[in-house]
Design a protein. Structure first.
Lengths: 266, 261
């Protein structure tokens, strides 16, 4: 003990963080309480597994009859079209909106309305926005495209504005010092610094739009979702499986394409 | 103001009159500065860090807005110019930065050509549709600074000395009537610093572009400058030839004597 004479007078090396510990305890306790209120029980989960297995049994084998495949191709193709149009629109619109929302480049009276607009676009799930657009422009792909476009602006616009706010202003300053006009300052001082990140957000959003374009059809906004919902309601579970497998295939192909696109802009 | 102009007065390229700058009210960084910068050779502005050298040089092309005073260049007062007129005058003022300030993700060629942005409509610049004579000039300049083999490399692939050469080429691309260099050697090793100063000296000699350089390395300033301005506490305490710079002046500028050992 004499080797460490100061051992008793030194403060502990790691202080306990009591507020954080209490917060974790409270979270766990509340989760149990909420589960009991919502009738979340183990028995129901176990019977559910049973039902699930029977459900999967009824899905097999997938229905690959020609008429169903035609239906699938039509719906899926519409979904892909919707996703691509919405992505193109969303990307094109988020570029200026993101720029105008960047607080290091623009005055507050410009950024505030833009940030508010982006926040509005982000407030609701695509399906809710799709319901609104179905009411506004009627059933079909247009409503879906508009809903996905709004979602794209919300996502890319926000992240793009944040990316711009992190750029090095030294590079911008150097371009300004050459007497470059405003748009050249953007094209040379700002865009090169954020382009790879913008491409990253955009490809992610294309992927997200593809997945969501299979969803909005459920509320009548076009695409494979409508076909899928009908299959559900008609207990065509074998066709449902065909649709699900096709969606998985499309998402995987899109993933491969995304990686290729990102390689173009390393 | 110590030191005297030898011989005939040299015509000025840029004249600063009564320039003051306060970033915060009541805390002046520049106090009523008046200088006529000679229209040839290297003018070195020396002084300790935080004495307003950078602010002075940035007020000239209004990267920093002056609080008061006039900056006369090409018969106009830069301080009172509109945005558009300011851009037109900035084209004739090249600037070289301490940390090079290249656009890291653009190529060396694109960085050099960006010196022409003030002369080109934005859409042409965006599509890289530079006039052939601009591209020829960029090649010539890259030859001068010895970087032709890096033309298509991205700026972030270069070493510090190479980057500063690109920065200088970009500034000269503007075909400026004056070059401002804000601590161009402070991020470089001693050998590269001398090379960069030699490059600036050769540019001022062969192209007759006057250079104003902020520098805190006194021997380097004395070696390359034909005119020296010493600053302390936001004011000018010496103006004259490098030979006239005495130890007394240096003590006044940098305070104390220990650092000279």
């Amino acid at each position: 003990m004499s080797a460490h004479p100061a051992a008793h007078s030194r403060p502990p090396a790691f202080l306990p963080n009591w507020p954080a510990r209490l917060a974790w305890l409270a979270l766990i306790a509340y989760s149990f309480y909420a589960a009991s209120i919502l009738d979340v029980t183990w028995e129901r989960f176990v019977t559910g597994i049973d039902n699930g297995i029977r459900f999967i049994g009824r899905m097999l084998p997938p229905d690959t009859s020609a008429s169903k495949l035609q239906l699938l191709a039509k719906g899926l193709y519409e979904s892909i079209e919707m996703a691509i149009i919405a992505s193109a629109l969303g990307i094109a619109l988020s570029l200026p909106i993101g720029l105008l929302a960047a607080r290091n480049l623009m005055p507050a009276w410009v950024t505030w309305p833009m940030r508010l607009f982006i926040a509005l676009c982000r407030s609701f799930h695509q399906v809710i926005i799709a319901i609104i657009f179905v009411k506004a422009v009627g059933f079909g792909a247009l409503a879906g495209i508009l809903a996905l476009t709004v979602a794209s602006i919300g996502f890319i616009g926000k992240l793009f504005a944040e990316a711009i706010e992190e750029i090095s202003l030294k590079q911008v300053e150097a371009i300004r010092a050459t007497g470059a006009p405003f748009f050249s300052v953007i094209a040379y001082g700002v865009l090169p610094q954020v382009l790879t990140r913008f491409v990253g957000f955009a490809t992610y959003q294309v992927d997200s739009n593809l997945r969501n374009s299979t969803m909005v059809g459920i509320v009548g906004a076009g695409g494979i979702g409508g076909t899928m919902f009908a299959a559900f309601q008609r207990f065509d579970f074998d066709f449902l499986l065909t649709i699900l497998l096709a969606i998985i295939a499309v998402i995987m192909v899109s993933e491969l394409l995304q990686n290729q696109v990102k390689k173009l802009y390393q | 103001m110590a030191g005297a102009q030898p011989g005939a007065p040299i015509p000025a390229t840029i004249e600063v009159r009564g320039l003051s700058k306060e970033y915060r009210r009541g805390v002046p960084v520049l106090r009523n500065i008046s200088i006529a910068f000679p229209d040839r050779g290297i003018t070195a502005v020396i002084g300790p860090s935080g004495t307003g050298k950078s602010t002075l040089i940035r007020c000239i092309n209004r990267l920093v807005e002056p609080t008061a005073g006039e900056i006369l260049f090409h018969g106009a007062d830069l301080v009172r110019l509109s945005r558009k007129a300011l851009r037109e005058h900035r084209r004739r003022i090249g600037m070289v930065f301490q940390e090079y300030n290249l656009v890291e993700r653009l190529t060396v060629m694109e960085n050099v050509l960006s010196g022409r942005l003030g002369y080109l409509p934005a859409w042409k610049a965006f599509l890289r549709r530079y006039p052939p004579q601009d591209i020829a000039m960029a090649w010539d300049l890259l030859e001068t600074v010895g970087l032709t083999q890096y033309v298509n490399q991205r700026a972030d692939a270069l070493s510090g000395g190479q980057r500063q050469r690109v920065g200088i080429a970009r500034a000269v691309m503007q075909q400026p009537d004056i070059l401002l260099a804000d601590e161009p050697t402070s991020s470089l090793d001693p050998k590269t610093s001398v090379e960069i100063m030699e490059l600036l000296a050769s540019i001022t000699d062969t192209r007759h572009i006057p250079v104003i350089v902020n520098i805190h390395n006194v021997p380097l300033a004395k070696r390359f400058a034909s005119h020296v301005i010493g600053m302390a506490g936001g004011a000018i305490v010496y103006e004259g030839p490098p030979d006239g710079l005495s130890d007394d002046h240096l003590n006044q500028i940098y305070g104390g004597e220990d650092w000279q050992e």
